[in-house]
Design a protein around this ligand. Sequence first.
Ligand code: NAD
Length: 262
Amino acid sequence: MATLTGKTAVVTGSTSGIGLAYARALAGAGANLVINGMGDADDIERERAGLERDFGVTAVYSPADMLKPAEIAEMVALGERTFGAVDILVNNAGIQFVSPVEDFPVEKWDAIIAINLSSAFHGIRAVVPGMKKRGWGRIINTASAHSLVASPFKSAYVAAKHGIAGLTKTVALELATSGVTCNCISPGYVWTPLVERQIPDTMKARNLSKEQVINDVLLHAQPTKQFVTVEQVAELALFLCSDAASQITGANLSMDGGWTAA
Ligand code: NAD
């Protein structure tokens, strides 16, 4: 596994779910952190202080809104000002909305494309010059099984996740000889607030009970019949940061209980 002492990681959407697990895994390997995301200020400060206390690293918080390109650039600049460099960028912030396409609110479409896809583009633009100059970098994008297959009522999310898989491949090719890799991780269903929040809308769109959504939609998609855990996703990210993974670039790594093999 990676030893990341002296390295700095920026993890977007790390106040919850998978992003929080990425932050803890990267800090556990010794990386200093810029954490980011929405939430209660006291909770975020507890998380930041907890990372420093538990892992002996330095963590700063960027309140950058992933809807706003200038704030994304400032988040990267905060990392560079505080730590001298940003070596690892994990584009992870994401939102979800479930609705039949003909009723899909335009503002929800725009927000999902901006937060789940365009924010990664803006973050990558900001970190690449420094990574290229130093000859080392890791860019990891949280895609989804929905980067490979679709589900009804998730038009914006599926489009954004297919988009981030394409962005990943393109950036990987552009940076192939620079020492910087760019990959995406595609989890299946992970029990996080994002999944919990979509259950009522899925119940409505498909006329199902909560238990039916969990068993007949979510777990039904995954041949293992189990949710992926946030720690499993974070371990894969840590591997991508290691020297053993230096030849893995442009990959879309599935961790979906066999969903996309089916
Ligand atoms: P989550 O809701 O627990 O976390 C989402 C994070 O994004 C939070 O920290 C939130 O504050 C942040 N965020 C949302 N909007 C933001 C904005 N405008 N600016 C800054 N931060 C913002 O969800 P999660 O399940 O941990 O999702 C993390 C990523 O994993 C997302 O990209 C999601 O699409 C992807 N993913 C999740 C699953 C799953 O089953 N949970 C599966 C595949 C992919």
